[in-house]
Each structure stands twice: as structure tokens, then as C-alpha cells.
Design a protein around this ligand. Structure first.
Ligand SMILES: C[S@@+](CC[C@H](N)C(=O)[O-])C[C@H]1O[C@@H](n2cnc3c(N)ncnc32)[C@H](O)[C@@H]1O
Ligand code: SF4
Length: 381
């Protein structure tokens, strides 16, 4: 079976933050002696130049500028990046351009500048509206700054915006978690990402773990939070993503549907289908800013093909995060494999009530969403 080309996106990584949050394992570094903004932008565009041969004139439907904290860059810097990208890639007219922003770095003029530069969607890292929680999370903003950032986003001519919130925070009870959701809903963001805090290895929280809510409290927060969001018109479409109709994040949807993406910047990952060679390529760029900007080393850290036997697990690991049905035809088109090859795993998943199979689509069940790891294990070769 031949591989077909899925939609193509671009991820751009900005690896600096004002300070490092104790729960965060993203590739981000506290700014020590100023940010080499102009130098880094030149490297980002040179990095993109080296990737261009992988995608030619394929249309790009979304860009995500993530971090780190991209809003530590000036509006002129973001404009230079986006103009450079548009000169090099075949960007679609209605392309979604998301930029992550931290409420502690929000200023009205700078944010209007990002929009003039071509940003169509902000994703604002609020985390909580309770100042004591924000302190415990090592955030540089307080509740008022979070509210101001959301109000500013609603006043700008954007296609959409998202607020990131976390729950299951140290010492949090149900009422605290729901109060955060009520406050977020009152600000009417078209999209909400609501993550349960996880303790990641090699973070300050992993070395000095805070006391987290008990499992039954976490379960109640999840159930009551979901009901509250639904009452207010937010549809859950992925494990942690909720949107008003028409406001799902196109960029993230493309990841979860096993789409293609170029990744530029420190530690950025890319996945590109090479249909004529019947291959799926994974690229990873050099992680540390110093190494990345060392011209003698180039930007690539690794480049590997995804073996056919790994593709079903990879495909479903992304696809089953989404609650929407998955057409059988998408599996074959984007993995290049026949559905018959995964029949034993699918039959086992259906028998265990983790999955429904209509003959045309697969639909994850509530049990499948709850025991996602069990479901995915069935697809390990
Ligand atoms: C790449 S971070 C960047 C956003 C931006 N730098 C900020 O923090 O405001 C994206 C989101 O992931 C979530 N996140 C980060 N670490 C997490 C963790 N350990 N557990 C749960 N969610 C986490 C946070 O909600 C965060 O806003
Ligand atoms: S601001 Fe965001 S990316 Fe930076 S350390 Fe905190 S959570 Fe991580």
C-alpha cells in the first residue's frame, strides 16, 4: 500500500523563559544574560532552509510558536520569523498561527504587535487564578495579570485564543479546582486546555515532591470539571483539550491525526512523509541553545525512518487521544499499511470494550479513554 501525504504544519521552538517552573520538563532555560534574539532567528531560518527539500511546495496549514516562552521575543522578532517562513514555505491563506504567551510577559502594545506580525491565536499559560497556587508553581504572574492577559486577548482581532490551566495542584481540593474553571469560563476563551499536573523526572518537583490530592479527589475534579465545561458549551475533543464549536486547535489536531510537521529550533521534533520513497522520517534538532547555534555542528541531532512495524502504535498513540471517530482509510493512507494487518489487535480491543468498530470507523469508548495505555499496548509489535 502506498503512503499518502497528510496535511503539513510547522513547529517553531523558542527555548527561553524568565525563570524555570518547578514542574516543567520542557526544553526551556531561564534567561541569564539576555536573549540572543537576532542570532537565534537567523539560525531558525537557516534551520528551515535545510529542511525545505523535505517538503518542497506542500501547503502549510498551521504554525505553532512554542516554548519556552515565545513572548520573551519582541514583536519585531516574531514578525521577522513569520516573514522568513512565508518567503520559504507555501503557506495557505487561512493558516492558523498560534503563539504561546506567559501572562507575566503580556503588554498591550507588544501583543498588538504580534497580531500585526501574523499571529492569529494566542495560547496563554494561566495555570491557576489563585495567587498562592501560582507562587507554589513558581509562576512569575499573579491572578490579576492572568485576568488582564485573557481580557487583552479577547480585545484583539484574533481568530481564537486558548487558556492553559492545570488541576490536581499541591493541596488543591475540588472547590479550588472548580473555582479556577469558573474564573476561566467567565473570561470566555474559545479554547481551554485543562491539564492534570504530572510530576516529571528531572524537575524540582521530582526532587522535592509536593503533596498532591488523593486519587479519589483527582477523579472527582475530573468528572465535575468536565460537567462544568460541557454546561458552558466547551466540547472535550482530546484528553485535555476543550473548545467551543469551530475553535479546536488545528495545529494540535494535525499532530493527533498523525499529520506531518517540520520542527525548527532547539530540540524541535519533525515528522515528514516521503511518499515516493514509501518512508516516514523523524527529525530531532540539537537540544541546547549553545550547541544549536554552533554553526560547525549543523542543526540536526538525529534523523530516522519509522519502521513499518512501529507505525500502528505510533498512529494510534496519537489518534486515540482524540475522541472523534477514526476512519479506517486514514490509518492505511498515513501509515501505508493495510487494516488487515492490525485485525488481531483491533478484535482484542473490541472484545475488551476499549473500542467500537463500525466497519468504516473506530471509536474509542469511555473505558478505552480511561485505560488508554492498555488499549495502546495491543498495538505494540
Ligand atoms: C510548553 S508549556 C508552555 C507555556 C508557557 N511557557 C507557560 O508556561 O506559560 C504548555 C503547557 O503545558 C502545561 N504543563 C507544563 N508542565 C506540566 C506538567 N508537569 N503537568 C501538567 N501540565 C503541564 C502547562 O499548562 C503549560 O502552560
Ligand atoms: S514558563 Fe512554561 S515553558 Fe517556561 S519553565 Fe514555566 S512551564 Fe516551562
Amino acid at each position: 500500500m502506498s503512503l499518502q501525504l497528510p496535511p503539513l504544519s510547522l513547529y517553531i521552538h523558542i527555548p527561553w523563559c524568565i525563570q524555570k517552573c518547578p514542574y516543567c520538563d520542557f526544553n526551556s532555560h531561564a534567561v541569564k544574560q539576555g536573549i540572543p534574539e537576532q542570532e537565534y532567528i537567523a539560525h531558525l531560518l537557516a534551520d528551515l532552509d535545510q529542511d525545505l527539500q523535505l517538503v518542497g511546495q506542500r501547503p502549510v496549514t498551521s504554525i505553532f510558536i512554542g516554548g519556552g516562552t515565545p513572548s520573551v521575543f519582541s514583536a519585531a522578532g516574531i514578525c521577522r520569523i513569520l516573514e522568513g517562513v512565508k518567503q520559504r514555505l507555501n503557506c495557505t491563506e487561512d493558516m492558523e498561527v498560534t503563539m504561546e504567551a506567559n501572562p507575566g510577559t503580556v503588554e498591550a502594545e507588544r501583543f498588538a504587535g504580534y497580531v500585526s506580525a501574523g499571529v492569529t491565536r494566542f495560547s496563554i499559560g494561566v495555570q491557576s487564578f489563585q495567587t498562592a497556587q501560582l507562587k507554589a508553581l513558581g509562576r512569575i504572574h499573579d491572578c490579576d495579570e492572568a485576568i488582564r492577559a485573557a481580557k487583552l486577548a479577547s480585545s484583539l482581532p484574533l481568530a481564537s485564543f486558548n487558556l492553559d490551566l492545570m488541576h490536581g495542584l499541591p493541596g488543591q481540593d475540588i472547590s479550588g479546582a472548580l473555582a479556577d474553571l469558573h474564573q476561566a469560563i467567565a473570561l470566555s476563551p474559545p479554547h481551554l486546555s485543562w491539564y492534570q499536573l504530572t510530576i516529571e523526572p528531572n524537575t524540582a518537583f521530582a526532587s522535592r515532591p509536593p503533596v498532591l490530592p488523593a486519587d479519589d479527589t483527582l477523579w472527582d475534579i475530573q468528572q465535575q470539571g468536565l460537567a462544568l465545561l460541557q454546561q458552558h458549551g466547551y466540547q472535550q475533543y482530546e484528553i485535555s483539550a476543550y473548545a467551543k464549536p469551530g475553535h479546536q486547535c488545528r495545529h494540535n489536531l494535525n499532530y493527533w491525526r498523525y499529520g506531518d510537521y517540520l520542527g525548527i529550533g532547539c530540540g524541535a521534533h519533525g515528522k515528514i512523509t516521503l511518499a515516493t520513497r514509501n518512508a516516514i522520517l523523524r527529525t530531532v534538532k540539537i537540544k541546547h541553545p549553545k550547541g544549536y547555534m554552533d554553526i560547525s555542528r549543523g542543526y540536526l541531532d538525529s534523523k530516522e525512518q519509522v519502521p513499518a512495524e512501529d507505525r500502528p502504535f505510533e498512529f494510534f498513540m496519537n489518534r486515540f487521544r482524540l475522541l472523534e471517530p477514526c476512519p479506517h482509510s486514514e490509518f492505511s493512507a498515513y501509515t501505508g499499511l493495510p487494516v488487515s494487518g492490525i485485525a488481531p489487535a483491533i478484535n482484542a480491543a473490541v472484545a475488551q470494550q476499549l473500542l467500537l468498530d463500525s466497519g468504516q470507523h473506530w471509536q474509542i469508548t469511555d473505558k478505552g479513554a480511561r485505560y488508554l495505555n492498555d488499549l495502546l499496548t495491543l498495538f505494540i509489535d
